[in-house]
Design a protein around this ligand. Structure first.
Ligand code: HEM
Length: 180
């Protein structure tokens, strides 16, 4: 009996810290139809996870001005087990180019991802502020416009979306609403 009790107590001690660490990884989430966005803020960064039912790319665009123009896009895909996450800018109403090609830098930190049973997830950290003209300073204390999208299956970042949507989100409180 004593052995069972000790076993049970060790099980509790070992499993609870793990469960707590998992649950606390992201503080907020937005269910955008079949796509999910999860995030956590600290003073200077946003830590984001995007998940969508695709074998292609998943992406988020911060602060669009006119359709896709003016948005700071982060797109990622997992190809043969390797994740690639890029930093793009909406230089056209219906298109985007890599910051590096435009003269800037990829500001994504700690890029990670997985592709399991047709679902792709990418997670990464991004500075909230940037003085580069192809990045947005992300406003976290009011409703801020974002775009979400995922591709149809090809890993190429040039392939268009299978699904896309426009939302507003308060990254601090977690409040969000669909715009279109
Ligand atoms: C990967 C290459 C991409 C291509 C070729 C592409 C192409 C296009 C085109 C042609 C349109 C206008 C037609 C339509 O409304 O469907 C459009 C609109 C849109 N795209 Fe993209 N797109 C790409 C990536 C993205 C990404 C990464 C996002 C978001 C993360 C996104 C979000 C949107 C949204 C929200 C609209 C609607 C804009 C509006 O009408 O206000 N797109 N895109």
């Amino acid at each position: 009996m004593q052995k069972m009790l000790i076993g049970f107590l060790s099980f509790l001690c070992l499993s609870f810290p793990l469960a707590a660490a998992d649950a606390g990884e992201y503080e907020h989430s937005l269910a955008a139809e079949k796509m999910t966005v999860q995030w956590r803020l600290d003073e200077t960064m946003i830590h984001l996870k995007l998940t969508a039912p695709t074998q292609g790319w998943v992406g988020i665009g911060f602060g669009p001005e006119d359709a896709m123009k003016g948005a700071d896009f982060i797109l990622g895909a997992v190809k043969k087990g390797k994740v690639k996450i890029v930093d793009h800018y909406g230089d056209k109403k219906r298109g985007h180019s890599s910051d590096e090609k435009l003269g800037g830098k990829n500001h994504v930190q700690n890029p990670q991802g997985s592709e399991v049973d047709g679902t792709t997830s990418i997670w990464f950290s991004l500075p909230l502020g940037s003085d580069e003209q192809w990045d947005k300073s992300i406003e976290v204390n009011s409703m801020y416009p974002i775009m979400l999208a995922y591709g149809s299956g090809a890993d190429s970042f040039r392939r268009g979306h299978a699904w896309r949507g426009s939302y507003e989100v308060n990254f601090t409180s977690g409040e969000s609403k669909k715009v279109k």
